[in-house]
Every structure is written in structure tokens, then in C-alpha cells.
Ligand binder design. Sequence first.
Ligand SMILES: [Fe+2]
Length: 293
Amino acid sequence: MRIASVSDIHLEYRSNRELFLKMAAEIGARGADLVLVVGDVSHIDELIVRSIRVLARQAERVAYVPGNHDLWVDRPGEDVQNDSGFNTWKRHDQHLKAMIESEGGHYLPAAPLRMGDIAVAGSCGWYDYSFLQPEFRGQIPELALREQTIDGMQWGDRTRTAFRDTEGRLMSNPEVARRMEDALHAQLSALERDPSVERVVCATHHQQYEQTVRRAGTLPWEFFNAFMGSSRMGELIDQHSKVEHVIYGHTHALGDHRVGARRVFGTPLGYPREHKGISDEEVLRTRIGWIEL
Ligand SMILES: [Fe+2]
């Protein structure tokens, strides 16, 4: 079984669309059984649908987890948290699932994907500020975290997502993270108990392990690390011995780590300015993740 993974392809940029077509062709040429899309295709629906359509021509199966950008709503200048009728869970649970399935893709937050004795579990994941180091936490007022703003710079999720509970109350980011983690935990636990499953690949857009977080040691970078992921996600994954490979996106930094017995890696494409000056060959070599099982 050969699995390819891509993340953070940000197709709203034309040069990324061109690179993505080359990446898809490379995946097809190397004969992948499965392609995993680990979030941040785009905030534009048509581009998400098109990415699945393109990849479905290159591999047997395509599976997808949303990234935070895929969950964004495109209402420039508006704060969707002020719209009490708007709920990002609807996009997460229904709209994205329908979009992915319309092209024959598998929407991982709804259910794991089984391929013989191998299974893939996945989630967008979210953040609970656990990757904000204690020495910076003390300098950051709670309001700044809630508003996701420092020195006039605001994290994009703040005005483009609004996760509401069943009563319509706005959920905090740690509450969103808990819900995503609990759903992933349920998937992993069911696979762990299933005797017909031998090995599990786990993919989440947000980061799971402290070891993979890129550190600058200064603000504002370390402030924004608060929104990179949650360490509880890694702790939950660690309870499941069948998980051998863990994939993350979100950070636009390449990484390939050993965390305990697991391989934990990310191969984001990132924004055009982040791979400027890198040849197409280098992009194809480094921005596609490969797992052989
Ligand atoms: Fe992201």
C-alpha cells in the first residue's frame, strides 16, 4: 500500500494551482493507492471540489480532512461571530462532507477510511493554546487570546469562523479543540478494538506534538503558536498502539520526526512566497509525503 499526502496547497494562488497539477501528476506517476489531503486547500468551495476531482484521477482513493482555511467563510470585512445564525459546524459536518463526496472523496471527520487491514483516521483538529509556552503565556492577557490579536495583527480564524453549540452559544477555541479531539479519539478507539485492522494512519490539519512546533523564542511568533494545535491531540493518539504514522499540516514548515514509536511528519506546500526560488523538482520531492505500508 502506497499513500501520498499533501497539505496547505492554498489553491487561491495561481502559481500554487500550477504546482498542484504537477504534484498530482507526480502522485499518479508513482502509483499511489491513496492520497490524503491534510487541509488548507482554500476557502473557495470550487477549488476544494476541483482538488479532489484532480487527485481522484491519480489514485484509487482520495481522503480529506479540512484545514482552518477550508472552514472559513468568504465575507470580507465581516465578523461572522456577530452573526448568531452562522455556525461553522454546519460547514464542517455537512457542506464540506457533501463537497468531498460529490467527487468520490472520503471525508475523514465523518468516518475512518478502511483499505484492507489498513485504516486512516482524521480530523481538522483545533487549538487550545497548549503550544503557547508558559514564559509567554504570562505576558498575554486572556482577552488577547480570545481576540487572537497582538500588536494589531489578528489570526484569520477569529472573524471567519464561529463554532456554536446546540444552544447557539459561541464555543471557545479550547472547546472546539475538545470536540474535534473527542471525535478523533472515538475513531481511533474503534479501530484499536477492531481485530481486522492492523495498522492506522492518523492525519490532522492542526499539530499534535510539541516536538513539531517551530519556535522563534520571541513575540509575536510565539503568540501565534497558540493557534497551531493541541498537545492533548497527541496524548490521545499515543493511547492507540496501531497508529504508526501521524501527519500534520497548518504550519508551513516541513518536518519529519520520531515521537516515541511513531513517525510524525508534514509536507506543506505553503504560500508562494514560502517556496519562492525552489525548483519544481524540489517541490515535487519535498512537498509530497509518502508512506509505504
Ligand atoms: Fe491551517
